[in-house]
Design a protein around this ligand. Sequence first.
Ligand SMILES: [Zn+2]
Length: 130
Amino acid sequence: MTSLILRSRLSQKNIDDYKPFSPKTVLLLKKTAKKSLVERVHNIAEKYHFQVGRISIRSQKTRWGSCSSKGNLSFNYNLLRFGKEIVDYVIIHELCHIKEMNHSEKFWKLVEKFCPDYRRYRKELKGHSI
Ligand SMILES: [Zn+2]
């Protein structure tokens, strides 16, 4: 009997756990997401020898990432909804803008060098709204 009571208590607890995230939890999740994105940018930049400036993670409405002329990068934390390959592609895309501030053929060649499958990821991203 005891185990049955315990079990019912446990399931009640599980139900309680399913309530919507509190604002505090949402904030914590965002913070964790931001930290992991920033770490990933640093890792890739180091691996491919890009000199990055400031990195900021925001919830932008219109873009997945951007790069300023000073090499400051900005990423949309909603990117974390995607798999690692797509996140890496967006990071590489913005890193390549440090060297090529446009979408010229030269730019895409550079992206391809670090991310040979970029066309696939680009297409996949285009199918999603932010
Ligand atoms: Zn771009």
